[in-house]
Design a protein around this ligand. Structure first.
Ligand code: NDP
Length: 443
């Protein structure tokens, strides 16, 4: 398998899609040995087939603001691969959204969903709409308009979107409301739903909880745990707050959270009421990080990232490429032993190289943040069965799934010296299931 040739062909076909090409290269480089050991994959052209989305839809989303002015955004849904189950993956509303970012996320989602062991294919979607600074009614009108188009290609057995950056319970609610009007059906077509109308307990915190469960498993391989450890977290969104809560519950001290314009360092730990305070701010659509620094009298480091802080464990939970090679060197120099990605592809390839060279416990998002989609899968099961599991039941299934993903990564990622390359392990484990399913299904 010639990765450079494959990448050259892909670059020609997808010019300028930097994030997508970055994500594909990472996967291809780690599955070379497996593909070469299994000639049936090359014979069936599995690689060329897996890097091409089944379909990529873009559509116009026109909406009126509170003054009656009409705006146009672009909506997307990338249905990447449904070899092992209905398409599944979040919707992102953020001004940076473009085809490349959604294709990278959709591609990653194929392997992540495969790792969960649940029957879910890979997809992603969203819009360059920015919910920040919009009124509730504006967000509602946008979501309704978005769903007017999206509903044509989704369905509980076809494609089940969820939330992502900029899409939380409120947005899912407005989109689900419109889906119901358009289809006359109350089905599990979206996950991340409110508890009163088909949602699952533990879904809001599942990605963060799952991320910490995964880190806990990695730490165990070195006889370590969260107890007494200093934890640096980036972002303070859906993923970060769950991670902060669980890391604290397990005895860690979370000292940072961040936004796009800087981070705060709280040496006393960010926990309990402090987290509740920020969740209230988030719920009312307000900035979180700066107000925290005023409320609790801690420093706000403008324009900086939290990776310069001394910590034992780093959980990047904000966005792609938010931790580069220089950040990685600082973390290693400061004695960080474990980096567990809560966000999708937050570490650049240079950063990953630094972690692997220094034998840091490093887990890629596709394994370490799979708890969110796994719990979405559990929400789909509950919707199909028309019943609700208790929080304990969902949490214990989530915990079990994260332990199993960790085991799969160890199985395929452990080298002869005992070091686990979780990037390789996750990519191989995720790939094998999907590739074998594609072989079984014909082309
Ligand atoms: P949210 O929008 O809820 O949170 C994102 C957070 O990151 C916000 O606090 C945001 O600050 C902050 N942020 C954005 N850009 C930057 C930046 N450049 N530097 C530092 N902070 C930044 O999104 P989610 O928590 O849902 O998603 C975060 C990541 O996790 C994404 O990569 C997503 O794809 C991934 N993910 C999410 C899942 C989920 O269940 N939600 C599941 C699996 C992965 P501000 O609000 O001020 O902009």
């Amino acid at each position: 398998m010639n990765v450079d040739k494959l990448m050259n062909d892909l670059t020609r076909k997808n010019p300028g899609e930097v994030e997508f090409l970055q994500a594909v290269r990472e996967v291809l480089e780690s599955i070379v040995d497996v593909v070469e050991a299994n000639p049936q994959f090359e014979e069936a052209n599995i690689i060329e087939r897996i890097v091409e989305p089944d379909r990529a839809l873009t559509f116009k989303v026109a909406w009126a603001d509170d003054k009656g002015d009409i705006h146009v955004n672009r909506g997307y849904r990338i249905q990447f691969n449904n070899a092992i189950g209905p398409y599944k993956g979040g919707l992102r509303f953020h001004p940076s959204v473009n085809l490349s970012i959604l294709k990278f996320l959709g591609f990653e989602q194929i392997f992540k969903n495969s790792l969960t062991s649940l029957p879910m294919g890979g997809a992603k979607g969203g819009s360059d709409f920015n919910p920040k600074g919009k009124s509730n009614s504006e967000v509602m009108r946008f979501c309704q308009s978005f769903m007017m188009e999206l509903h044509k290609i989704i369905g509980p057995e076809t494609d089940v979107p969820a939330g992502d950056i900029g899409v939380g319970g409120r947005e899912i609610g407005y989109m689900y409301g419109m889906y119901k009007k358009l289809t006359h059906e109350h089905t599990g077509v979206l996950t991340g739903k409110g508890l009163n109308w088909g949602g699952s307990l533990v879904r809001p915190e599942a990605t963060g909880f799952g991320n910490v469960y995964f880190a806990e498993e990695m730490l165990k391989t070195k006889g370590e745990s969260f107890k007494g450890k200093t934890v640096a977290i980036s972002g303070f969104g859906n993923v970060a707050w769950g991670a902060a809560k669980k890391a604290t519950q397990l005895g860690g001290k979370v000292v940072t959270i961040s936004g796009p314009d800087g981070y705060i360092y709280d040496p006393d730990g960010i926990s309990g009421k402090k987290i509740d305070y920020m969740l209230e701010l988030r719920a009312s659509n307000q900035d979180v990080v700066r107000p925290y620094s005023f409320e609790y009298g801690v420093e706000f480091h403008e324009g900086k990232r939290p990776w310069e802080v001394k910590c034992d464990i780093a959980l990047p939970c904000a966005t792609q490429n938010e931790l580069d090679g220089e950040d990685a060197k600082k973390l290693v120099a400061n004695g960080c032993i474990c980096v567990c990605e809560g966000a999708n592809m937050p570490s650049t390839p240079e950063a990953i190289e630094v972690f692997l060279e220094n034998k840091v416990l490093f887990a890629p998002g596709k394994a370490a943040n799979a708890g969110g989609v796994a719990t979405s899968g559990l929400e789909m099961s509950q919707n199909s069965m028309k019943l609700n599991w208790s929080a304990e039941e969902v949490d214990s299934k989530l915990h079990e799934i994260m332990r199993n993903i960790h085991e799969s990564c160890v199985k395929y990622g452990k080298d002869s010296e005992g070091y686990v390359n979780y990037v390789k392990g996750a990519n191989i484990a995720g790939f094998l299931k999907v590739a074998n399913a594609m072989l079984d299904l014909g082309f």
